[in-house]
Design a protein. Structure first.
Length: 147
């Protein structure tokens, strides 16, 4: 004779599953009758100070915003007009290595200068005019001329 397909443990498992399902449906019905929804407990509001609260905002404090006053995107930055030609003094220059530094007379900032950026030969102490270009490591003096 063959054994029945449902063993005792399978029957118990099925009864437990049905029991849990019945309890779940019963809890669901109780929630419906009480009028509680899960979302009511999860709603949060933001007050006028930007803090989260559980009380809804006061409609009297509501502000009307003019839609046309809202700017979308980032406004363009105005080009900063910098003097194209600057005046400075050669602070250090090494002829063998082909580079040096120029100290601007107004701001006392130092700028790197390479021999390729020179229009004329220069030496330390010469007053020069120059323009700036962005290099790999900062601003570089280019088109350097003696005054």
């Amino acid at each position: 004779m063959a054994k029945p397909q449902n063993t005792y443990s399978k029957q118990d498992n099925e009864k437990n599953r049905l029991k849990k399902k019945k309890e779940k449906l019963q809890k669901k019905e109780e929630r419906k009758l009480s009028g509680e929804s899960g979302l009511d407990n999860m709603i949060a509001y933001v007050d006028e100070y930007g803090r989260l609260t559980d009380t809804p905002p006061d409609p009297a404090k509501k502000l009307k915003v003019d839609v046309n006053s809202i700017e979308i995107g980032v406004s363009r930055q105005e080009d900063i007009v910098m003097p194209t030609e600057r005046v400075g003094k050669i602070d250090f220059f090494d002829d063998t290595k082909g580079f040096g530094f120029i100290k601007e007379t107004g701001t006392q900032e130092k700028f790197f200068v390479h021999v390729k950026g020179l229009m004329q030969e220069v030496k330390e102490g010469d007053n020069v005019t120059f323009e700036l270009e962005r290099g790999m490591k900062g601003m570089n003096a280019v088109r350097v001329k003696k005054i």
